[in-house]
Design a protein around this ligand. Sequence first.
Ligand code: FES
Ligand SMILES: [Fe+2]
Length: 380
Amino acid sequence: MVMESKLEIKKRLHKLFADKKTDCAKSIYMNPVNQYIDLDRFDQEKEEIFKNQPICIGTSSLIPNIGDWFTVEIVDHPILVVRDKDKKINAYLNICSHRGSKLAEGNGNTAKVFKCPYHSWTYSLNGELIARPREDSFNQIPKNKCNLKSIELREQSGLLWVQLTKNAVKESEKYFKELNTLIDHYNLTNYHYFKTGIMKPKINWKLAVDTFLELYHIAHLHPDTLSNIIKGDTCMFDTYGRHMRIIGPRRSLIESKENILEIENIEKHIINLKIIFPNTVFVDNGEHIDLWHILPENSVNETMVSVSIFTKLPCKTDSEIKHWENNLQLLKDVVEKEDFPLGEGIQKGFYADKKRNIIFGKNEPGLQHFHKNVDKFLSK
Ligand code: FES
Ligand SMILES: [Fe+2]
């Protein structure tokens, strides 16, 4: 499948507006609430989805220079991602070979080595153990048997995925074949990383993903914030295997006097969400990209959500920094003060009647597609 032209997008939007319609699923879909609270199901999702599928964790522009690094945690696997001396990006288990301390937390730049905080065992950017105090107490185990454990890492279009198991590596061929049409015309290495915000809502990870899978709620839940930017109830929807895309109009498109077909830079008047299965939402806003990652925490009711902003132009002056700070704050405020508090109420309500279903309308095809795919990979 080839990505359609801008004209084709304009024609589809034009028709949706003319017909007063939105792209729809064939029928309504009932989703059991138990899937958001059941502990066995949660374990199965961690195993079959987060360990046995490639998981997108960020972009290579987060760590542009030799020795730049960041950490991430995927279902009990602490991971250290580092750019080595050959400028190659590697991922390791962020676990010291001595007694298991984490080597690093957060992110940093131009590290020469990683020194464990516990007893100072020291590793190169390639994960090799290069020094350990009182070497003679440990020399029964050669140093090269104590290197950090490597994790398969894949870079595509400037995005990074980890593949925790052999199954994930096996699955990746199909996964990326499905994804390529959606992202291969991007090169995120050309974008500039600005900043990341972190949120920890007390909701199931799928409920956090659901937040991003329909624009139907924008006018109702976000009347004073997002609704001023996005007009929610007319959307294009497309699937790319397990992945998907939602395109919705910005207010500027609705308010434009021009015929949609005549509009020059349509990308400035739409919001283009690419949902990379299972946990990443890539929002192309024309001048910048918001990248959301959603990862389950230790409990079925706890999730980590991060949002990072990448800009087309470098952000240098005070006013540019302020502009993007405000932008990040707006994103965080909308999600943290409007979406997630409501989601926490929904999550609690699931326990009131575990046999209940929630309803995904025909106008919510993204939710339907996502949950059908989660089910599909669990029943493999
Ligand atoms: S645990 Fe890392 S040096 Fe001891
Ligand atoms: Fe929302």
